[in-house]
Design a protein around this ligand. Structure first.
Ligand code: TRP
Length: 459
């Protein structure tokens, strides 16, 4: 079939470009904005622990599987799945992994871009000195003010979509590889600085206690589901982004070690963000740990506004958050664009315009969730943004990951996998393979079944 022709994609210039690009994709709003607020909504410690367990037992093993599927197929997730189902004699229904991923990516990008837009807006607010000497109440008011202006939100959402599409249109090595090499190290340094200031200004002990001691009281079934979903979200897993990047990975690079590096870096950034944000939350009476999507935007500016050189640090911080989001957002459309160019039906630029417009329009739903449609509810509990987030992060990504684990674990020949992964031979490979075949699918399956039944009130 014409779909199975060899594809001609660029290959990353080195293993490090892959690590940086995949880390660039992994480290984003998920770590800095989302992790702290969902940890806060779910009561801290127990949630964090479940999240960490999910990263280790589900995230990293599935990520190895996803990378090796991509490198094997060497094309967009959709065509990679065509090729793999053929070669492994699997039913054609497995093509669904590719298609579902493209759709999930577009939905995620639609709201991701709106939140990234908040970060861009905050660069200017910081630079203008609006937060100098600010109180908790003052910071809340500035954020509420931003949310109540749909036009402003749409404007920054549009700016971020344009930024993303520009890089995507430029292509993988020219656009992306270069960008991340500069940005990732800078982000890490700045987060450490921020944490330093939070320790000085805030209540560090309370934050550590909150994040790392195991109080189960606030944890719900939906919380467990969110923790697992977030393990997928933060590693960019389950929708083909990592498969698409894996397709550009040099042949002989060791997958296992590479993935482990990415997983560890990603987790460090999330924990650093939590340790920068929560000390301030606990030192200020105006913010609740459970205050939701605004947590980052309300809490950190208080510390920043009250530290020496706050205007500079704050401006730089939101600039870096924007960059982190930028290097992530690109991977959300890459599968769709790669697919389109392979079919010969469009160029990267045309794909960027087509998918970009779709995301932009969908994103309006998220914009209005914070003002006009604030009280509208889907399934009696979600606003539009929450629903898009739940549908993708808690359902589509874990489902994609479950299917990948089953596909690699059950349909691909063990010998071939062994050659591909190059985790050191012997026990490490066997342990990974066993986890992938048994633990990951079972864990996802159980959490999933119970979670869905509970959320929709079936039991
Ligand atoms: N991992 C990114 C973050 O934490 C978001 C992201 C980028 C993503 N690409 C993805 C999530 C693909 C799921 C799938 O911000």
């Amino acid at each position: 079939m014409s779909d199975h022709k060899p594809r001609f994609h660029e290959i990353w210039t080195s293993r490090w470009t892959f690590i940086l690009a995949a880390t660039g994709s992994a480290v984003g709003l998920g770590n800095i904005w989302k992790f702290p607020y969902i940890a806060g909504e779910n009561g801290g410690g127990a949630f964090v622990l479940i999240y960490l367990v999910c990263i280790a037992l589900v995230g990293i093993p599935v990520m190895i599987a996803e990378v090796l599927m991509g490198r094997w197929g060497r094309s967009s997730p959709i065509h990679t799945m065509y090729k793999l189902t053929d070669e492994c004699g699997a039913p054609r229904a497995w093509h669904g992994i590719g298609w579902m991923g493209v759709i999930a990516g577009i939905i995620i990008l639609s709201y991701y871009s709106v939140i990234a837009g908040w970060a861009i807006a905050y660069i200017l607010k910081m630079a203008s000195g609006a937060f100098v000497g600010i109180s908790g109440e003052g910071s809340e008011a500035i954020f509420a003010d931003l949310l109540s202006s749909p036009m402003t939100l749409v404007f920054w959402h549009s700016v971020f979509m344009l930024m993303t599409l520009m890089v995507v249109a430029l292509g993988v090595t020219r656009g992306l590889g270069r960008l991340v090499q500069v940005l990732m190290p800078l982000l890490l340094v700045l987060l450490v600085i921020m944490m330093g200031f939070s320790i000085r200004y805030g209540d560090f002990g309370a934050a550590v206690d909150y994040l790392f001691s195991f109080h189960t009281d606030d944890l719900t079934v939906q919380g467990v589901m969110e923790a697992m979903g977030h393990a997928f979200f933060t590693l960019s897993l389950g929708m083909g982004a990592i498969m698409a990047y894996g397709a550009y990975m040099p042949e002989r690079a060791p997958v296992g070690r590479t993935v482990l590096t990415i997983g560890i870096l990603d987790t460090i950034v999330a924990l650093l963000a939590g340790l920068a944000i929560f000390p301030i939350v606990f030192a200020s009476s105006a913010i609740e740990a459970s205050s939701g999507p605004g947590l980052l935007f309300v809490s950190l500016p208080i510390a920043i506004g009250n530290m020496p050189a706050g205007v500079l640090v704050g401006t730089l911080f939101f600039l870096l958050v924007t960059f982190a989001a930028w290097s992530s957002s690109i991977s959300l459309v890459e599968p769709a664009i790669a697919w389109l160019t392979e079919t010969g039906r469009g160029t990267r630029l045309q794909g960027a315009i087509l998918f970009g417009l779709t995301c932009w329009i969908l994103g309006l739903g998220t914009v209005f969730s914070f003002n006009y449609w604030e009280s509208a509810r889907l399934f009696g509990k979600f606003n539009f943004f929450e629903f898009a987030d739940f549908l993708t992060a808690s359902i589509m990504l874990p489902l994609g990951g479950l299917l990948m684990a089953i596909f690699v674990g059950r349909f691909m020949a063990r010998k071939r996998i062994e050659d591909e992964v190059q985790i050191s031979r012997g026990p490490v490979f066997s342990i990974w393979y066993w986890i992938l075949r048994w633990i990951s699918p079972l864990a996802i399956g159980i959490i999933f079944a119970i979670g869905i039944a509970r959320v929709f009130g079936w039991y």
